[in-house]
Design a protein around this ligand. Sequence first.
Ligand code: PLP
Length: 685
Amino acid sequence: MNDKSLSNLIKPLLNAWYPTISHGTGVYLYDVEGKKYLDGSSGAVTANVGHGVREIIDKMNDQAKKVAFVYRSQFTSEPAESLAARLCELSNHHFQFVFFVNSGTEATETAMKMAIQHWQEKGKPQKIKVLSRWMSYHGITIGALSMSGHAGRRKRFVPLLEEYPSVSPPYCYRCPFEKTYPSCDLACANELERVIKRTGSEQIAAFITEPIIGAAGAAITPPDGYYERIREICDKYDVLWIVDEVMTGMGRTGKVFAYEHWKAKPDLLTLGKGLSAGYTPIAATVATKSVLAPVLNGSNLIMSGHTLSANPLSSAVALAVLDYIQNHSLIEAVESKGAYLYAKLKSLQQQVNIIGDIRGKGLLLGLELVQNLNSKASFPSSFELTSRVIQKAQDKGLLLYPSQAGEDGVEGDGIIISPPYTITSHEIDELVGLLTVTMVEIEKELGERKRKMNNLQNRFHKMIKSTDVMSYVQNDMTIMFGGFGGVGTAPTVIEEILKSDVNGLTLICNDAGFPTIGVGKLVCEQRIKKLIASHIGSNPVAGKQMNDGILEVEFSPQGTLVERIRAAGVGIGGVLIDVGIETDVICVGKQMITLSGKTFLVETPLEADVSIVYAKKADEFGNLLYDKSARNTNPLVAMAGKVTIAEVEEIVPLGELNPDSIMTPGVFVNYIVQSKGVNWKWVWE
Ligand code: PLP
């Protein structure tokens, strides 16, 4: 861990280093080392009018001198009243009410609550579900995340979330219905009707959509007619339609509100990010008169709000941003600048072979990256391509915004390009120039990697998925894992075996040691009769069973595993271990498995995170353990080979630990120490 990187401030990655920004002007940011960054994404699609705009700062100061805060239940303020009125005016008075909050997340959650309250006050309290689409993002609190079809951001909290996302995205590049527009007859919109019927419209309060899908889809843009159909369906079934314009609102797509690109108007609208263009936190939930009419005639109280809602300072700043946008005709400029940027990106697409699709509207453009332009196959998530592109671009002085993309919204890479509206054509040229250098270098690196993978794959009999393993595995079989044995394969292949009732197995793997919770569990269940391992140093259950004569263990000293694999007639064990030296990714993403003399390359996508974490953990001990000599070439193997645990006071059966988690040695030990108060001592050989 880099000490320089750790401070009291929790940043997105706790132990990563982030440059410190000193100031910003126009489309550029400067760090304290003097490095200049072209803000090609307006931060998180937020700094819509660029940095350091004098007119805005002056108005901010003026308001701060008058009054910065009044509490909304005691006072109203001139800036908040004016801002609400201006927003309604911008909608040609389609909307009549505005509720200010402090973040996009609060805005969507407030919209959800307003929709539910609308139906409650109409005497339909059972209408509480808010349908949404897979590949969407509406915010990070539990309510907003429940509405978000963003697999990555949901994953950790799934048990706490409502199961809202239920409709496929309008993703023409990868039509979920394998159709083409317009002969598809908008199958993706029609799906909403089926879902409403199945769920029961009497339970549904609203349907929420981003007009153009941002963080979850790299600017997926629905075809003409899509939202008109959505509107019809919502009307038919008494479902309110919420349009989340936190990212797209206030001119980003070339119209004030992106819904204006279609001929359908929502019942509720959310705004955030660009509302203050990053000059202060403020967001809004905007509603039509008919949405709030039942409340006006009923309780007269919107049950939501935050201490800082509608504070005069933030409202004045948002007004100043709006003035600036209107006085400089910036929304009009977005369309032409967007067209110029789009054309330049199109020519970049011709120069490299990994840009599958370019989409979006105005200055909200998305690139989807694929490894094959014909099949549209995404890169495996273990490549971490999006982060690589973002990082490389940032190193070169260009800021981009990452997004999800791809068939299932899990494995796929997207980049959003969304510079401030004030960007000049010269600066667009500079942006695309930096992006081109980035993409060309990335493509070269990927080519190298792909070549290695292809070589590797050619040497295997067949590629199987970890979930297919069970069609090969039978009782009393001998199974050999290449790579890191239990480390890489435990969460996938071994998990599959655990789910089955196969037993009497002989397992050959590099290490049946500390991280192999999966192997440990098989051992606990006494389903392995023989373990051939280079190491079981820290697998106490295996050790105990071995002593008790339940488990036959044969040690193969580190290094001779390759010979064993060769002796088994495969002859490629060394390859995997070699690959492991060069790129952990191939090792963690793909595992060799030998079943009855045949060798397969097993796709184990689920394990990637875990093993990368493990590899990083190993890196922490890098200097100590990373020995480039022939024997312990891989940090994981090195670790397995060099660390043993002594002075175990109590043996905790691995079966008592959470079998779903694969733990790093540190976590594993901490777990035991914390939960059992057992004293473990590490011995470095
Ligand atoms: N809705 C959309 C469409 C967004 O893009 C975002 C943020 O990226 C949010 C809601 C959440 O906004 P915030 O991060 O301000 O809470």
